[in-house]
Design a protein around this ligand. Structure first.
Ligand code: ADP
Length: 336
C-alpha cells in the first residue's frame, strides 16, 4: 500500500517539476528562435541589398561587423535536441530524488499506521480472553436445565466482575489512544504540591484499605503542564505503589531540584521489580511476573504515564531500592 502511494507521490513531484521545466524551456526556446529569425532577416537583407537593413538596431560605437553565414535551422535543431536531453535528464534525476523524498514524507504516516495496527491487535487480543470466558460461562449456564435462581445470580455477579474489568480496560485503551494522537496538551502554570495532593486524595481510599501511609513533604516547585494529566500520572504511580506493596507499609514522596527540572521520587516498600523487567514495564500491556504481582492490572498504567511525561517534555524511570520496594523518578521542566 505504501509502495504504490510512494510511487504515486513521486510521480506527482516529477510531473510538477517537469511541467515547470518544459514551460521554462519553451520560453527560452521562443526567445532564441526570435533571435535566430532576426539573424535570418539580416542574412537575407545582406544577400539581397549587400547591407544591414536600417530597421535593425546594431550595437553602438566603432566596430567592425563580421557576419558569417549561419545555418539557423541547424542551430534550431541542436538547441531543441539539447533542451529535450536536458529535460529527459532532469526527469530521471527528479524521479530518483522524488522517490527518495516521497519515502521520507510517507515515513511518519507509515510508522503511525503500523503503531495503530499493533495497538488494535493488542487491544483485541486483551479483550478476547474475558469475552470468551463470559461467553462460555453464559452458554454453559443456559444449557443447564436445572439452573437455580441463586446459581444464576452467582453467574451474573461473576459476569459483572468481568464486564467491569473490560470497562476499565477499554477506558485505559481509549485514554492511551487519545494520548497517542494528542501532540500538545493545554499547558498552564501549576503548583506541584497541589497536583500531588489531588493525586494523594484520589488514592487515599485504596491506601486506607491496606493501611498504607503516604508521606509527602511540602513541595515549592511550579511546572508548566496539564493539571488533569499530571494528576493522572501521579495517581498511576501511587496506585501501583499501593497495589504492589503489602499492608502496613509506607510510600514516601520526595522532591528536589536538578538543574532546570523538578525531580519527584515515589518510593515504596513493596515487592520491587525483577531487574530484567525494569526496561519493559513502560511498554504497552507489559505485566511483570503475574505470580508475584497477582495479575493486578492490564499493563497499561505505566505506558499512559510515559505518554503523559513525553508530552510534558519530562522523563520517567524506575529502579529497585537497595533494601525493599521500588522507586519511580519523574523529572519535569520547572516553570521559568
Ligand atoms: P498494571 O495495570 O499491570 O499495574 P502498569 O503499566 O501500571 O500496569 O505496570 C506494569 C507492570 O510494572 C506491573 O504489572 C507490575 O508488574 C510492575 N510495577 C509497576 N509499578 C510497580 C511497583 N510500584 N512495584 C512493583 N512492580 C510494579
Amino acid at each position: 500500500m505504501f509502495r504504490s502511494a510512494r510511487i504515486r507521490l513521486a510521480a506527482w513531484y516529477v510531473l510538477i517539476m517537469l511541467s515547470i521545466s518544459i514551460l521554462v524551456s519553451s520560453f527560452v526556446f521562443a526567445a532564441i528562435n526570435e533571435e535566430l529569425r532576426r539573424i535570418e532577416y539580416i542574412q537575407q537583407s545582406i544577400e539581397v541589398n549587400g547591407r544591414i537593413p536600417a530597421s535593425v538596431t546594431m550595437p553602438r560605437g566603432p566596430m567592425r561587423v563580421h557576419i558569417m553565414p549561419l545555418d539557423t535551422n541547424e542551430v534550431r535543431a541542436r538547441i531543441l535536441t539539447f533542451m529535450v536531453l536536458i529535460n529527459v535528464g532532469l526527469g530521471v534525476f527528479v524521479g530518483l530524488v522524488s522517490y527518495f523524498l516521497a519515502g521520507k514524507t510517507l515515513q511518519p504516516i507509515q510508522e503511525m499506521v503500523t503503531l495503530q495496527k499493533r495497538f488494535i491487535a493488542d487491544a483485541s487480543h486483551e479483550l478476547r480472553t474475558p469475552l470468551t470466558s463470559l461467553k462460555t460461562a453464559t452458554e454453559v449456564s443456559l444449557l443447564d436445565k436445572k439452573l437455580t435462581l441463586s446459581q444464576a445470580k452467582v453467574l451474573l455477579k461473576e459476569n459483572l466482575v468481568e464486564v467491569n474489568h473490560m470497562q476499565v480496560l477499554t477506558e485505559n485503551l481509549l485514554r492511551l489512544s487519545t494520548l497517542e494522537t494528542l501532540t500538545q496538551p493545554l499547558m498552564e502554570k501549576l503548583s506541584l504540591s497541589e497536583v500531588l495532593s489531588a493525586a494523594r486524595k484520589k488514592v487515599s481510599p485504596l491506601a486506607k484499605e491496606k493501611s498504607i501511609t503516604i508521606n509527602s513533604p511540602k513541595i515549592a516547585f511550579f511546572v508548566m503542564g496539564d493539571s488533569n494529566a499530571l494528576k493522572e500520572l501521579f495517581v498511576i504511580l501511587l496506585d501501583n505503589g499501593i497495589k504492589y506493596s503489602p499492608a502496613h507499609t509506607t510510600i514516601t514522596i520526595q522532591a528536589h531540584r536538578s538543574r532546570s527540572n523538578a525531580v519527584i521520587e515515589i518510593i515504596d516498600e513493596g515487592i520491587g521489580i525483577n531487574t530484567p523487567d525494569l526496561p519493559k514495564i513502560f511498554d504497552r500491556f507489559y505485566r511483570a511476573d503475574t505470580s508475584r504481582t497477582g495479575n493486578a492490572g492490564y499493563g497499561l498504567g505505566l505506558s499512559i504515564a510515559k505518554k503523559i511525561i513525553q508530552q510534558h517534555r519530562g522523563s520517567i524511570t524506575a529502579r529497585n531500592n537497595p533494601n525493599k520496594g521500588s522507586t519511580f523518578t519523574v523529572a519535569l521542566p520547572l516553570q521559568k
